[in-house]
Design a binder for this molecule. Structure first.
Ligand code: FAD
Length: 469
């Protein structure tokens, strides 16, 4: 895919009638599965391309890691999932599930009944979802998409081949493509002065699975994300010392952490030296064995060729109307799942309902020019508020407004009040009890409301309220 660059000035003539029937979905993670369901409900013929050997995307845990622990080598064999072995969800299952297919615990000894379950339970839930809605049969497993590009008549050529093979790809033509390839695979690492000569081990959390390799070591972990918090605590149980460095830490929170004799918080790293020393911005320093980058990921669409109509610039994928449609190529190309710092599955459900409705002409998009103006106004508002470009898709402060807007476009119910309140109460609980928030909580009244709704959704067909008429 082109990075930045100037779009060609030729505007494509887009089909105006309801001609689009054959839709390709790239990826069979949570986003691809729910997108396939919505497209099929609308009556499209759908092919889901999935490079892995099962559905579930990120939630397919593997102990395999990449040959380059930092995950930077451009021709390395990529491992898709970034999960570590001990991972439990950081959202309660009631919030996490699709609205019309609640993520409730199953009465089955093989399943994990916890409110914040382990990763395998999420995978099982997604597989149940795929089975329940007959999505599995639409998925071509072990089929890697090599190229998605425009051809004449505004159709899309998709070239795919058996994953891992050297076969020449197979070409197919689709009316529309929905990109659901996930964005937690391509590591972003911190830039550290002197790091090229620093003799220690470096690894990105994408390639972190278990703590044992850090036994008795002095580890500097960069980042204050949910994964960073989990991993630092896990490593502290075996390492000699763990030092967490982050831009977001403020005075007063720095220093040795209560409850641990080997865990410290620091400001960001200032530089590192050939003798193994790591210097922090406040002048403190330590001699470390390893740096673990928990510094997030980059959007990456190596297969996508749009003649410059969609670019990735400093982690902004754009221009995209409402993080979904590139105005010039709408509605025939769309993206599900780009926003981050959200409750993902529920948002995917709404994004894909909107896409399916628009593709079938049941729902209308504004004109290309109006969409472009909307995107430009959005970018200007980010600039005015001093939001860096790389946070374009960070919806932390307005995910529920965004979901409600999508729901209003689709004529569907928006998010339930309990879901919103539960999300905020979970975040509050996480800050109050970072180590035990997954097992201790106080929002029992919200749990009750959620389960009342689940009974209603699953007993009287409320889930069908949003089916096309
Ligand atoms: P993915 O799950 O990544 O799926 C994308 C799919 O596309 C993959 O199956 C991949 O193989 C396929 N693909 C990619 N490129 C190609 C290609 N060229 N050809 C064919 N197939 C391709 N969310 C929560 O709700 N709760 C949590 O507690 C939570 N914890 C998380 C913890 C970690 C460490 C991470 C990394 C993420 C976490 N998430 C959590 C977010 C999680 O990513 C989303 O919940 C969701 O699973 C993303 O789904 P997706 O379909 O967008 O992407």
């Amino acid at each position: 895919m082109a990075i930045a660059g100037t779009p060609s000035t030729t505007m494509r003539q887009l089909p105006v009638s309801l001609a689009s029937r054959h839709v390709a979905v790239i990826g069979a993670g949570a986003a691809g599965l729910v997108t396939a369901r919505e497209l099929r409900r609308e009556g499209f013929s759908v092919v889901v391309f999935e490079q892995g050997d099962q559905v579930g995307g990120t939630w397919v845990y593997t102990s395999r890691v990449e040959s380059d622990p930092l995950g930077l080598g451009p021709i390395r064999a990529t491992v898709h999932s970034s999960l570590y072995r001990s991972l439990r969800t950081n959202l309660p299952r009631e919030c996490m599930g699709f609205r019309d297919y609640p993520f409730v615990s199953r009465d089955d000894p093989d399943r994990d009944p916890r409110r914040f379950p382990g990763h395998r339970e999420v995978l099982m839930y997604l597989k149940d979802f795929a089975r329940e809605f007959g999505i599995a049969e639409l998925v071509r497993l072990e089929t890697e998409v090599l190229h998605v590009g425009l051809v004449e008549d505004s159709k899309w050529k998709v070239i795919s081949r058996k994953s891992g093979s050297d076969e020449a790809g197979v070409d197919e033509i689709f009316d529309a493509v929905v990109v659901c390839n996930g964005h937690f695979t391509e590591p972003r690492v911190a830039e550290i002065p002197g790091v090229n000569k620093w003799p220690g081990k470096q690894i990105h959390s994408h390639n972190y699975r278990v703590p044992e390799p850090f036994q008795d070591q002095i580890v500097v972990l960069i980042g204050s994300s949910a994964s960073g918090a989990d991993i630092s605590r896990e490593i502290a149980a075996v390492a000699k010392e763990v030092h967490i460095a982050a831009r977001t830490f403020v005075d007063g929170t720095l220093g040795k952490q209560a409850g641990y004799d080997n865990l410290w918080l620091h400001p960001m790293i200032e530089s590192v030296c050939e003798d193994g020393t790591v210097y922090f911005l406040d002048g403190s320093f330590i001699l470390a064995d390893a740096i673990l980058h928990c510094t997030g990921y980059k959007y990456d669409f190596p297969f996508l060729e749009t003649d410059g109509y969609v670019t990735v610039d400093d982690n902004r994928v754009g221009p995209l109307y409402k993080h979904i449609f590139p105005p010039v190529l709408a509605p025939w190309l769309s993206f599900v799942g780009l926003p981050c710092k959200v409750i993902p599955f529920r948002m995917f459900e709404l994004q894909s309902k909107w896409i399916a409705g628009v593709l079938s002409n049941r729902l209308m998009l504004p004109s290309q020019q109006e969409m472009m103006e909307d995107v430009e106004a959005f970018y200007s508002s980010l600039e005015v508020s001093g939001t860096p470009k790389r946070y374009t898709h960070n919806l932390v402060d307005y995910q529920f407004e965004y979901n409600d807007w999508l729901a209003s476009q689709c004529g569907c119910p928006g998010d339930e009040e309990w879901r919103k309140e539960m999300f905020y109460s979970c975040v509050k609980n996480l800050f109050a009890r970072p180590e035990s928030y997954r097992d201790e909580w106080e929002d029992h009244h919200l749990l009750l409301q959620a389960h009342e709704d689940f009974v209603e959704y699953t007993s009287n067909g409320v889930s069908n309220r949003c089916l096309p008429q």
